[in-house]
Design a protein around this ligand. Structure first.
Ligand SMILES: [Zn+2]
Length: 102
């Protein structure tokens, strides 16, 4: 095997190990937090637009307190805003067809 092939293979293996390590870490984080964050949403403090916390990739916020805030991009008012991390109201959490009106 030529020397450059050895370097290429070594780099490839090192990269593969790095990716596998990353995947293992990601999996353990996902397991600890229950995957996506069902029942949690991010609410823009300026325009009130909400989006799913899991969709936003904020899985770790499930374990955080309900009054947590994070800086994020809001598509509603097109800018970086403070987003409140909070529980999704019951009627949005349960899709059983029966609407619960407050
Ligand atoms: Zn907004």
């Amino acid at each position: 095997m030529p020397w450059y092939m050895v370097i290429l293979v070594s780099a490839g293996v090192a990269w593969l190990v790095l990716v596998v390590c990353l995947l293992v870490v990601m999996c353990s984080v996902t397991k600890n937090t229950g995957g996506f964050a069902p029942g949690w949403q991010l609410r823009c403090t300026r325009c009130g637009r909400t989006r799913d916390a899991g969709e936003a990739g904020l899985v770790r916020y499930k374990a955080a307190s309900a009054s947590k805030r994070t800086l994020g991009f809001c598509r509603g008012c097109r800018g970086f805003r403070w987003l409140a991390v909070e529980r999704v109201p019951d009627e949005a959490e349960h899709h059983h067809g029966a609407q619960v009106q407050a």
